[in-house]
Design a protein around this ligand. Sequence first.
Ligand code: ZN
Length: 167
Amino acid sequence: MNRSVVTFHYTLRDAQARLLDTSSGGEPISYLEGAGQLIEGLEEQLCGTEAGVKRTIAVPAAKAYGLRDEEQVQRVLRVLLPVDGELKIGDRFRAGEDQSAPVVVVMGIDGEHVLLDANHPLAGVDLTFDVEVVEVRAATEKEISHGHIHGGSECKCGGGEGGGCCH
Ligand code: ZN
């Protein structure tokens, strides 16, 4: 199967049309089809697209950052948190020393207890992307075997399994 490298600009909004993110005014983003670099629902709908196409693509939460999981909301004692100083609703921090620890957001404060939400900030959010496709080209064999795109002529990643980025 032929795979493409697609480069596009996007503006991302939620269901209330609030702006969440945009590449406008910056660099467009590129991805290798089938490499899992984009959220599932967006890649599905961009499949087979052509350069110059402008589209509005709606992606339901289940195919974006997933649905909210209420079990990810926990009440914990304030003193157990790795945060010094004042805590307020909306604060975000990593719930542990480890870089893989989830980022949590403070949903509520109740005396000695804090309500923390470890869901992805966009979990449960239906997304709308305004997309403008800038370029579509065939992926090279090397790119397909590396599982990522090569911006220049030489790959600097060493060809390891999905290793590193060689833009
Ligand atoms: Zn590479």
